[in-house]
Design a protein around this ligand. Structure first.
Ligand code: PBG
Length: 327
């Protein structure tokens, strides 16, 4: 055959394939989501998320040590309080679960980087991400509570805050509150493009945060929409976000790609609980090769344009990077 172009030339050996790779994965871009819970001596496995645990503050350091040893240097903290009420008071209490966890974690592992999820749904008795007026989640009244929550996290030692509630204007409200209180340099990673997704199912079981009535479609995005994702991202850039997140990851690679092309901030993608649970379930049944799937999901997310990857598989990925199975 008279052919000049032979793409297979560059696929000939592992060394060559690695040399010409377009996407490389680095441990420093991984963030591990971590659940902390009121109580003592608790390390309980989450039923819908094999291999993921809820930790009480006294047991958290053991997990931080494992992460640190694996070379995962950033965590995203989620709090599970014992006490919930209508206005989610524990979210912004100085002695709330996240605030206590931060103080302890920072004391024992000051070199790790601590990001906190800022939302009301784990703290409200009705499970919605804001305060209610009748059945409506009140946007502007919620902004005040989110700002208080973010500030209390930063005062307790959070290095970065990540609002995940999807209220309009919350990035600006949080930015102003942090600035007024002397935290001008604390970055905000906005869950800017967050879809109302069934992929959050296992998380809601993990955090006990499913809404008691209705759903989150009045504030989280409709997954039929791509342009709207860009609108949300651009709004949060204007409001002062430092990092823009797209969530979930796996079914939303088109959105990650679009957002990363259009904005000039780092883009994070969150591979959520349902993605994790599907891989675990499929592997348990012997239907898929867990390690290979983890690597492929991660690489495709970076390939789509993500710079930062939040994943429950962070430790596994760190290990695969060390072993040269991905990279
Ligand atoms: C809080 C929040 C959720 C997730 C992250 N922050 C749940 C939700 O919006 O219902 C989901 C994370 C996951 O599924 O892994 N609002």
């Amino acid at each position: 055959m008279d052919m000049i172009q032979r793409p297979r030339r560059l696929r000939k050996s592992e060394t060559l394939r690695k040399m010409v790779r377009e996407t490389r994965v680095d441990k420093s871009s991984l963030i591990y989501p971590l659940f902390v819970k009121d109580g003592e001596n608790i390390e309980e496995e989450i039923p819908s998320m094999d291999g993921q645990f809820r930790y009480s503050v006294d047991r958290l350091p053991y997990e931080l040590e494992r992460l640190s040893k694996a070379g995962v240097s950033s965590v995203m903290l989620f709090g599970i309080p014992d006490h919930k009420d209508e206005v989610g008071s524990e979210a912004y209490s100085e002695d709330g679960i996240v605030q206590r966890a931060l103080r302890e974690a920072k004391r024992q592992f000051p070199d790790l980087y601590y990001i906190t999820d800022v939302c009301m749904c784990e703290y409200t008795s009705h499970g919605h991400c804001g305060v209610l007026c009748g059945d409506n989640v009140e946007n502007d009244a919620t902004l005040e509570l989110l700002s208080k929550t973010a500030l209390s996290h930063v005062q307790a030692g959070a290095d970065m805050v990540a609002p995940s509630d999807m209220m309009d204007g919350r990035v600006l409200a949080i930015r102003r509150t942090l600035d007024e209180n002397g935290f001008k340099d604390t970055p905000i990673m906005s869950y800017a493009v967050k879809y109302a997704s069934a992929f959050y199912g296992p998380f809601r079981e993990a955090a006990g945060s499913a809404p008691a009535f209705g759903d989150r479609k009045g504030y989280q995005m409709d997954y039929h929409n791509r342009k709207e994702g860009l609108k949300e991202a651009l709004l949060d850039v204007e409001e002062g976000a430092d990092i823009i997140m797209v969530k979930p990851a796996l079914s939303y690679l088109d959105v990650i790609s679009e957002v990363s092309k259009e904005i000039n901030l780092p883009v994070a993608a969150y591979s959520v609980s349902g993605e994790y649970a599907m891989v675990k379930a499929g592997a348990k049944l012997g239907y898929i090769d867990e390690a290979k799937i983890i690597c492929e999901m991660a690489v495709s997310t970076y390939r789509a344009g993500a710079d930062i990857y939040l994943t429950y598989f962070a430790k596994e990925l760190a290990q695969f990077i060390d072993e040269g199975r991905i990279g």
